[in-house]
Ligand binder design. Structure first.
Ligand code: NAP
Length: 319
């Protein structure tokens, strides 16, 4: 089969298309014929060597959608030919075959394309966990999705609207802003503007927002705290460096700064998340936004694109 292999850590150019032997599933694993692969920022960090415990060579990626091609004796919840999407991969998703633990293989509803299925795992899993398991969002609250134009942000806007929250979103391009508006945000701000977060106080008549889903905490966390309502929660989803905060801003609001890392979900939480995502796809409240589809061998270009400004949904690789 064909797979993207990383033989040394480095820039996007280390992503090389190679012929490798087909993987074999163990008893509790599933073999998937991959039709689409979701590209996530974390794969660029891993490719660059941020996870020194990872041994080379490897195939990146956790998010794929395709058809079941085989399974081990204990993986009884799937059948050959079934349409599925993944939330983890043992052998790597950037390939035309991948082996996954059975718990990371989920039915893909008929109304979703393979590209849409490949956009579910990390982005929607993260957005759902951030909103409902970490922020404990309830209908009627207001959420600021700071970085609403990318994979996690577009998912969060859809999930929050469907759950009855008022959404304020941010984007850094006109195209991204239009997308966030189209997804149902009541107001869209431009995070390229220096004082865009103070606009939130005007919009909320000085009350502040109940929840902030923060995609770039190292830049924004210090400015997030003063725009929180009492009992507000900031969920740190993305962070690329250090940041200074005034803890008093949290103190006077009884506010919480809560981290989240998708890889920390328990087995039970994962079942809950994917039951919710499946229902959302089937009911039409979840509709992943595909920005660009590229061939598998264009993985280096996909890694460049995902780190450039101007996000507007997901980047997908087609094996
Ligand atoms: P993405 O598709 O590349 O989107 C990045 C988003 O960040 C875009 O909306 C981008 O907007 C926005 N952004 C850029 N500069 C910003 C700024 N100064 N302030 C606010 N937002 C800004 O990435 P993603 O998949 O949505 O992931 C977002 C972040 O969360 C990444 O850092 C990723 O590593 C992280 N993440 C963490 C977890 C976890 O478990 N904690 C899981 C998934 C993702 P423009 O391009 O329009 O400027």
């Amino acid at each position: 089969m064909k797979a993207i292999r990383v033989h040394q850590f480095g820039g996007p150019e280390v992503l090389l298309l190679k012929n490798v032997p087909d993987p074999e599933p163990s008893p509790n694993q599933v073999l998937i014929h991959v039709r689409a692969v979701g590209v996530n920022p974390v794969e660029t960090y891993i490719r660059a060597g941020r996870n020194p415990n990872l041994s080379l060579p490897f195939t990146p990626g956790t998010d794929a959608a395709g058809e079941v091609a085989g399974m081990g004796a204990l993986a009884r919840h799937v059948s050959v030919g079934a349409r599925v999407y993944t939330s983890g991969s043992v052998t790597g998703a950037y390939a035309n075959m991948t082996v996954c633990e059975a718990a990371d293989v989920h039915p893909l509803p008929d109304n979703a394309s393979f590209a849409e299925g490949a956009a579910l795992g990390v982005p929607y899993g993260t957005a759902w966990r951030a909103l409902f398991q970490r922020a404990r969002a309830v209908p009627g609250e207001t959420v600021l999705v700071d970085g609403a134009s990318g994979g996690v942000g577009t998912a969060a806007v859809q999930l929050a609207r469907a759950a009855g929250l008022t959404v304020i979103g941010t984007a850094g391009s006109d195209r991204g802003a239009q997308l966030v508006r189209d997804l149902g945000a009541s107001r869209v701000l431009d995070h390229r503007q220096a004082d865009y977060l103070t606009e939130v106080l005007k919009i909320t008549e000085n009350r502040g927002v109940d929840i902030i889903l923060e995609m770039l905490a190292n830049v924004n966390l210090g400015k997030d705290l003063p725009i929180l309502a009492r009992n507000g929660r900031v969920i740190v989803i993305g962070n690329r460096g250090k940041v200074e905060i005034d803890a008093r801003e949290a103190m006077v609001r009884d506010a919480e700064i809560r981290g989240m890392h998708l890889f920390n979900v328990s087995a039970r939480e994962k079942v809950v998340i994917h039951a919710a995502l499946r229902a959302g796809v089937e009911c039409g409240t979840i509709k992943p936004v595909i920005r660009r589809e590229l061939a598998l061998e264009d993985a280096p270009r996909a890694h460049e694109l995902i780190m450039e400004p101007g996000a507007s949904g997901k980047i997908i690789l087609l094996p």
